[in-house]
Design a protein around this ligand. Structure first.
Ligand SMILES: Nc1nc2c(ncn2[C@@H]2O[C@H](COP(=O)(O)OP(=O)(O)O)[C@@H](O)[C@H]2O)c(=O)[nH]1
Ligand SMILES: [Mg+2]
Length: 217
């Protein structure tokens, strides 16, 4: 019995922090997108394909979240993009209070888009509000075509789905019709972008949508 109020307190505390993140971002006119996907889905690879294409079109900063290491931040920094690494230790998602701390280290007045790469996980990050404008589901064909039905929360919550590693489809048993059919039963209208971060296929359409998000809001 005692555990329920504790959990409630933690969630309420997170909501209060998320509200602070949201108001700071809104005041600065920054759109923040929270990239959620399994470890290895290609979240950082997608950023490596996306960020150079935004050069001269949109000013961007990135928050990287992983249990350990600053490796992903290193990959983003190598592109000349402002980045803050968060390490969550045993935490399976980035909580709002760590995002709030990271905002202090970013030039919010100079950026239009903030991308947060969450800890690799299809479950907890989908449930938690961190003050973002929207969640992006990043999934790869190597994970199988049954994930929308198995992890409906993420696919219901997100404002776009990026299906990565389409170059591998011929080498897997991934059935795109099944994936799309299942996705549509959960989220009928969500934009879906099939991309390959290996070949660059489909990335331009995704980037154009992304740019549209900063002007539409
Ligand atoms: N074949 C193929 N491999 C990819 C693609 N995107 C990423 N990878 C590989 O998948 C692995 C995990 O990528 P990474 O971006 O680190 O995933 P993250 O953990 O979601 O950030 C790396 O070895 C990438 O080179 C893709 O579109 N096609
Ligand atoms: Mg990564």
């Amino acid at each position: 019995m005692a555990e329920i109020p504790v959990l409630q307190n933690i969630l309420e505390a997170n909501e209060a922090m998320a509200a602070q993140v949201r108001s700071r971002l809104e005041r600065a006119g920054v759109v923040a997108l929270n990239f959620i996907g399994a470890p290895g889905a290609g979240k950082t690879s997608l950023l490596e394909q996306t960020l150079p294409r935004l050069h001269g079109r949109l000013s961007v900063a990135v928050i990287e979240a992983d249990c350990a290491t600053a490796r992903d931040a290193g990959r983003i920094k190598a592109l000349g993009i402002e980045v803050v690494q968060i390490n969550t230790g045993t935490g399976c998602h980035v909580p709002a209070h760590l995002v709030l701390q990271a905002l202090d280290r970013l030039p919010l007045e100079r950026i239009q888009l903030l991308i947060i790469e969450n800890v690799g996980n299809l479950v907890c990050p989908a449930e938690l509000d961190i003050g973002e404008s929207g969640k992006i589901a990043v999934i790869s064909v190597a994970e199988g075509d049954d994930k929308p039905q198995k992890y409906p929360m993420l696919f219901r919550q997100c404002c776009a789905v990026v299906l990565n590693k389409v170059d591998l489809i011929p080498h897997t048993d991934f059935r795109r019709e099944r994936f799309e059919g299942d996705l549509r039963t959960i989220n009928a209208d969500v934009p879906l972008f099939g991309v390959s971060c290996r070949t660059g296929e489909g990335v331009d359409a995704w980037v154009n949508w992304l740019i549209g998000q900063t002007t539409a809001r």
